[in-house]
Write a protein that binds this ligand. Structure first.
Ligand SMILES: Nc1ncnc2c1ncn2[C@@H]1O[C@H](COP(=O)(O)OP(=O)(O)OP(=O)(O)O)[C@@H](O)[C@H]1O
Ligand SMILES: [Mg+2]
Length: 298
């Protein structure tokens, strides 16, 4: 049985906790999450959003999970929302084959939001809900995050398997809602443009170039590795304390046979995590990369 959105908001505001949003593409997850956040802060509830959508990212650049504490309605405006309070590096926009960093970072940032005092933590997710990957992704996320509430936006029967998993394997209160009539599909072109703009917005804050030692990567480069293979690879900048402080793009300099980092972040970086896609700082994707092929290993 589905409930009206207004009833879902009322119950969530009354009971609070970690709210996990579940739904296929263009079902209104993000819109619902933003409206819930708006109502939650109006009710004086300490609120945070964890954006686990690494593709259509609203908090932090694509390839990351972002967390933002919402303290005023202005924090929900595009530009402000984009400024993450904490990030986790996933390194790709394709969840398939990269479930581990997506799951662990979402759980890590949800726990952090709670530890920082948020009583309403809204977890927005990717639209990957079906097939083995979709079901596994949602199962492991829910298993690690322990949501108090799961809001499922259903169009037809597409969510049945994953809603069944939520009901059978988690103690969460599962709230099923119909997809609102206002939810409009966005075209593939619009999605690509939005993603590129979010990347570009991140790098537009002003980048520096700094030389990178080849010994600082995770995973570690094999001996005699051809550094040119890392040109344009998206990279996570880590502080050595479990926090991603930003992302950057590697640049190979053939004259000196060295790597440089292009990133708005220049300080507090101890290690670099290799991502699984190449991008230009304009935001344009240059395609996925399989590190196992690059390293010639399993
Ligand atoms: N309740 C609503 N009122 C008005 N417009 C809405 C509502 N819900 C969704 N929309 C519109 O429908 C479109 C898709 O909604 P939204 O981005 O929230 O869905 P989503 O499930 O997060 O999509 P994605 O799969 O891309 O993450 C957006 O353009 C949004 O503005
Ligand atoms: Mg969304």
């Amino acid at each position: 049985m589905t409930v009206a959105l207004e009833d879902a908001y009322a119950r969530l505001l009354d009971e609070r906790g970690v709210v996990f949003l579940l739904g296929d593409i263009d079902t209104g997850k993000t819109s619902f999450g933003l409206e819930l956040a708006r109502r939650s802060i109006s009710a004086g509830i300490p609120t945070a959003i964890v954006d686990a959508d690494t593709v259509q990212s609203s908090i932090g650049p694509p390839t990351t999970v972002g967390m933002k504490r919402i303290e005023s309605p202005e924090d929900l405006e595009d530009e402000r929302l984009f400024q993450a309070d904490a990030m986790g590096f996933v390194g790709t926009i394709i969840p398939k084959g990269h479930l581990l960093p997506l799951v662990t970072n979402t759980a890590k940032l949800t726990a952090r939001a709670k530890a920082e005092g948020a009583e309403m933590v809204i977890v927005d997710t990717t639209s990957l809900v079906s097939g083995i990957y979709g079901q596994s992704l949602k199962f492991f996320k829910m298993d690690l995050i322990h949501p108090d509430h799961i809001v499922a936006f259903e169009r037809g029967g597409e969510l049945e398997p994953v809603v069944g998993i939520a009901q059978r394997f988690t103690p969460a209160n599962v709230i099923e809602c119909d997809v609102p009539d206002e939810a409009m599909p966005r075209s593939v072109d619009d999605r690509v443009m939005f993603r590129e703009e979010q990347f570009a917005r991140y790098f537009a804050t002003g980048t520096s170039r700094w030389r990178v030692k080849p010994t600082v990567f995770m995973p570690t480069l094999p001996p005699e590795f051809d550094l040119a293979l890392l040109d344009d690879l998206v990279t996570g900048l880590e502080d050595g304390n479990g926090t991603c402080v930003g992302i950057g793009v590697l640049e190979y300099d053939a004259t000196e046979d060295i790597l440089r980092m292009i990133s708005p972040v220049t300080e507090g970086v101890k290690g670099l995590r290799l991502g699984s896609m190449r991008i230009e700082t304009s935001g344009r994707s240059r395609g996925p990369v399989d590190l196992r092929h690059l390293f010639g290993s399993e």
